[in-house]
Design a protein around this ligand. Sequence first.
Ligand SMILES: Nc1ncnc2c1ncn2[C@@H]1O[C@H](COP(=O)(O)OP(=O)(O)OP(=O)(O)O)[C@@H](O)[C@H]1O
Length: 246
Amino acid sequence: MAAADNLPSLRAVHLLKTFGDGASQRTALRKVSLNLFPGQLALLMGPSGSGKSTLLAILSGLLHPDGGQVLTRPNDQTSFVDIWGISEAARDDFRRKHTGFIFQGYNLFPALSASQQLEIVLKWGNNLSPGEARRQAEEMLDRLGLLNQRHKKPAAMSGGEKQRVAIGRALVKNPTFLFADEPTSALDWENGQAVIQLLRDAAHSRGATIFVVSHDARMLPFVDVCFHLDDGNLEEHEIPLVVAGE
Ligand SMILES: Nc1ncnc2c1ncn2[C@@H]1O[C@H](COP(=O)(O)OP(=O)(O)OP(=O)(O)O)[C@@H](O)[C@H]1O
């Protein structure tokens, strides 16, 4: 199991979110609360339109909730930061220093090679020298089976290659929090399993808190906790006792 300590690294408290007005109003989250811990790989499942992407965006500091709090404790600090109670500049800084994202649409820079996509994060986010950034970028691409593709730009990559580059870009800076929206959707199961194993390693060996939205039930045996959203209501679900790969 995960090396979780007894204090959460991230707490959501009574999150509310509604979109639109009048007849077109949609309530996406209804008083959603959860605790995530250091070293934990958490999965969020639920039907289409149940609020999964909304919750991910609020937890990761990208979408303002209508009510409730997101309390985070980066790098095992003793006190919590309320990410929606600080200034926008402080929130941007928090995201840059402590969080990684894997978006559904990859969000790669069209003009940059696979290696440069990772190097830019290391130079900008972690202040590494160009040489060290390249070394760490290539090490990560190698783990993802992409070293030979390091000079390719997104237009020349397959969907699966783009997805793995996006995953490498999120993992390479060793974030405290990693948020992923359908990270295995463009992958066959062999590559999907490799990605899940990487996420699991990042949680269990480096103590990251990883929150993954996925429809892929094959992920279940690999995760430490599973939440289910239904029409904006969150429940924690039992996961299988046999943990894969250990
Ligand atoms: N920007 C928006 N404007 C209006 N309604 C929105 C917006 N974003 C989400 N919604 C609505 O909020 C609800 C939850 O949407 P959300 O995208 O969070 O669901 P989801 O579970 O991620 O769905 P999927 O699995 O299809 O990606 C839906 O009814 C959706 O139509």
